[in-house]
Design a protein around this ligand. Sequence first.
Ligand code: HEC
Length: 146
Amino acid sequence: MKRSTITTAAALLLLLALAGCQGGGGKEDAKATAAGLNDGPKAAESLTLDEGLASWGEQIFKDKACVTCHALGERKQGPDLAGVADRRTERWLKRQIMDPEWMLKNDPIARGLMAEYALQMANQQVKDAEANALVQYLLRETLAGR
Ligand code: HEC
């Protein structure tokens, strides 16, 4: 009888400890959101256009099937990307392009867009260098559309 009480108490303590760890993880995510990925100068202000990278980005935009859901100057299944470099920071864009699942969990803008479009952006396994090129392409189009 006494022994089982001790076991129960130990199990409870373990559960509490586990819950504590999870709570900590949640706080980390909340901090990342609060830090504001989209705070500060937007991509069009902070970046310098690199025409070569932008052309590569345009090709990747087709190869990675971004074109199936996005256009510039037209709403398809996903948001119209015209002027997006004036609305988002470089950090925000790269994270959205490389890790859309994380954004849906942690970023209020991405969550809002998902609600509006009733669709989740697919992860296209974009590498870091490719994401830079895609951002340059979006930058080029944003500047051209001003
Ligand atoms: C299956 C359709 C789909 C594909 C493929 C897709 N997207 Fe998206 N994209 C979305 C949807 C839906 C959203 C908004 C909701 C969300 O974030 O999931 C979005 C959001 C975005 C945004 C933010 C738009 C804004 O107004 O801030 C960017 C930038 C973006 N996508 C770029 C890309 C790029 C670059 C690719 C290719 C690597 C790509 N997307 C592939 C559907 C898609």
